[in-house]
Write a protein that binds this ligand. Structure first.
Ligand code: 5RP
Length: 226
């Protein structure tokens, strides 16, 4: 029986193997955040001379890549990227996701939006029928925190401030439990429209294009448009 860390390692390795044929001197990769992505960065580093560099969704990933000799580019220097690679906290059958367990959701959404395709790397514990068992992270501007919390409660959720946590953007996170998200794209748009919300951790309006999912029987592949 593989442990969760071994499952994460397997999918990190599989993502690198998947990407190798697409690398080249001009290729810039978008890299997300989290423990699965940490393993991906480590597996990618030996191939650092086969691509130009990467742009990242967090200080944490940027530091890790720099330490391993991968050039980190400012997103403002990058007009487009072929791939964005990131983990998720939940993924459903339509390849919609909840992300933001590590608190990097806004930058993840921004970097992903510049990439042509999103590869989500997860272990099978992240697969759900309906999104919402994992509390939905919502990044808020601090002065709007209570106003946003009341609006989220009116939607049926229970928002809890993530204590002692400030995002890379200087904002706070409300983790919202109790939402059964049966229409992820609509819920994402609704929450994004609350004044004071920077972004929410639903990735449904633009979900994953490819999910690599590590299982006890190997890494499975799910594609949006195979
Ligand atoms: C960070 C994220 C991560 O991708 C998500 O939390 C999964 O993390 P891990 O790979 O550690 O399970 O969205 O904001």
């Amino acid at each position: 029986m593989l442990t969760q860390t071994e499952l994460k390692q397997n999918v990190a390795d599989a993502a690198v193997q998947f990407l190798l044929p697409f690398l080249g001197p001009d290729v810039i990769l978008g890299v997300g955040t989290g423990s699965t992505v940490d393993l991906f960065i480590d597996a990618l580093a030996p191939h650092k001379d086969r691509f130009r560099g990467a742009t990242s969704s967090s200080e944490r990933s940027s530091e890790r890549m720099r330490a391993l000799g991968i050039e980190v580019l400012d997103l403002n220097q990058v007009p487009t990227m072929p791939w964005y690679i990131d983990g998720a906290d939940e993924v459903d059958h339509a390849l919609s996701m909840i992300k933001g367990g590590g608190g990097a959701l806004t930058r993840e959404k921004i970097v992903a939006s510049v990439a042509q395709r999103f590869i989500c790397i997860v272990d099978e514990s992240k697969r759900v029928e309906t999104l919402g068992r994992f509390p939905l992270p919502v990044e808020v501007i601090p002065m709007a925190r209570e106003a946003v919390a009341r609006r989220l409660a009116a939607l049926g959720g229970t928002p809890v401030l993530r204590g002692d946590f400030v995002t890379d953007n200087g904002c706070q996170i409300l983790d919202v439990s109790g939402l059964s998200i049966t229409a992820p794209a609509e819920t994402e748009a609704l929450i994004n429209n609350i004044p004071g919300v920077v972004s929410c951790g639903l990735f449904a309006l633009a979900g994953a294009d490819l999910v690599l999912m590590s299982t006890q029987a190997g890494v499975r592949r799910f594609e949006r448009n195979p």
